[in-house]
Design a protein around this ligand. Structure first.
Ligand code: UD1
Length: 418
């Protein structure tokens, strides 16, 4: 198995571009099947989750082709509305096909995605909302079968602003008869991106990015070409890396305004940060300072997807920090691995107390999930000596080439085929 080897202790400097957004492209790929024609996506990241989603699209009849980072999806013929269990279990967010297959075919059979490394991740909100659109939902532990003779717009109030449930409702509602209103919708930038994409394709959606989204169903869509936004979490990960190693770096991407909570936290840690329209510049020439409290929240609060990376930096901060993880119950798997490198972290339920130590020491550690894996790479950059990070198939679900990006900024890091 491949692993990442990193020799810590180098400052980072230079400039790199940021890849396209994983969490934006997955629902957009699902949305492409709503149109029986051609969709072109530019700036598409070449990551494992995208490859999984392509397999899913191909399994129901789409023809998908790459040209560098451009992806063309021909969804003229969809032959199946049943999504194979082997694909659903390999990527939890394949549940996003529920809404778009309902929109396209009026029925869908999909296996239950089950739990995942960062928590149980139920889909009760998805199913409850879909039922309100005149859809019959039959499910057992394994299979969900949804069908409707007349997909109908509805007023849907989400008890929690779930990103995936909001996306699934939008994907069905754009092809429903009448108007759908989602109250307490997720406000994450990826929802806005999905709605921009769908509106360009011919949908009528307003309010994306706010708590109330209104969708008027339409009959038909048109062929489009869409350029994907940069990945705010990848950008945040590299900002955190600089906060840990010191240095001065410019990151180029058009998601800079979506990282407010992360930037505020890094400034509290002592980093100097300048934000432009399509770049962020970060400089750090001192040990990071501890942060009294970081609580993960829905957007625009501090993102759960940045919690592990910031935790890695806080392990060497001056003082003690407190993190509260409010979104996913199993998102502290990185803690045992960081302890192998000398970190002093105490977890109790949702809270993690991180006491800064003088230095981390390189070690062999294992990624158990995507963002925790990125956190371990950052810890490796900070640590004295050599670290080997295995389990990089998790990291590659979301990062196109984390080793190359960081090496381009001067890190001593490489991906090694064992
Ligand atoms: C998406 C992102 C993920 C991010 C998360 C929160 C993608 C592919 N993934 O995941 O990277 O960390 O948003 O920003 O975009 N919940 C329920 N019932 C449901 C649905 C969700 O109880 O039916 C709970 C979840 O268990 C979790 C919380 O709601 O505790 C938030 O989940 P949700 O917003 O749905 O996250 P995802 O869409 O799975």
């Amino acid at each position: 198995m491949a692993f990442i080897e990193v020799i810590g202790g180098r400052h980072l400097q230079g400039e790199i571009p940021i890849q396209g957004s994983k969490n934006a492209v997955l629902p957009i790929l699902a949305a492409s099947i709503l149109h029986n024609g051609i969709t072109r996506i530019k700036n598409c990241p070449k990551i494992i989750d995208v490859y999984h989603m392509i397999k899913l699209l191909e399994s129901i009849g789409c023809i998908v082709t790459w040209e560098q980072n451009g992806l063309t999806i021909d969804a003229t013929e969809i032959n199946y509305n049943s999504v194979d269990k082997k694909y659903v279990s390999s990527m939890r967010s394949s549940i996003i096909l529920l809404g778009s297959l309902l929109g396209r075919n009026r029925s869908v059979t999909i296996s239950y995605p089950g739990g995942c490394a960062i928590g149980a991740r139920p889909i009760d909100l998805h199913l409850k909302a879909i039922k309100e659109m005149n859809v019959e939902v039959i499910h057992n532990e394994d299979i969900i079968f949804c069908s409707t003779s007349h997909l109908t717009g509805a007023k849907i109030v989400l008890s929690m602003p779930s990103v995936g449930a909001t996306e699934n409702v939008i994907l069905a509602a754009v092809k429903a008869d009448g108007i759908t209103i989602i109250d307490n919708a997720a406000m994450e930038p990826e929802i806005t991106e999905l709605c921009l994409f769908l509106n360009k394709m011919g949908a009528r959606i307003s309010g994306a990015g706010s708590k109330t989204i209104m969708i008027e169903g339409v009959e038909k869509f048109r062929d489009i070409e869409y350029t994907l936004v940069s990945d705010r979490i990848v950008m945040g990960t590299y900002l955190a890396a600089v906060a840990g190693t010191g240095g001065c770096v410019t990151l180029r991407g058009n998601c800079c305004n979506e990282n407010g909570a992360v930037i505020d936290t890094l400034r509290t840690m002592g980093c100097r940060i300048g934000v432009g329209k399509d770049y962020i510049n970060i400089c750090s020439n001192q040990l990071p300072k501890a942060v009294p409290l970081i609580e993960t929240e829905t957007y625009p609060g501090f993102p759960t997807d940045m919690q592990s990376q910031i935790m890695s930096v806080l392990t060497i901060a001056e003082g003690t920090s407190l993190i509260i993880e409010n979104i996913f119950e199993s998102r502290y798997k990185i803690v045992n691995e960081l302890a192998k490198m000398g970190a002093d972290i105490c977890v109790s339920d949702k809270a993690a107390r991180v006491k800064g130590v003088n230095a981390l020491t390189g070690a062999n550690v294992t990624a158990c999930e995507l963002r925790g894996g990125a956190g371990l790479v950052i810890a490796g950059l900070i640590a004295n000596g050599t670290s080997r990070i295995s389990g990089i198939e998790y990291i590659e679900r979301g990062y196109e080439n984390i080793s190359k990006d960081l090496a381009n900024l001067g890190a001593d890091i490489r991906r090694v085929e064992d």
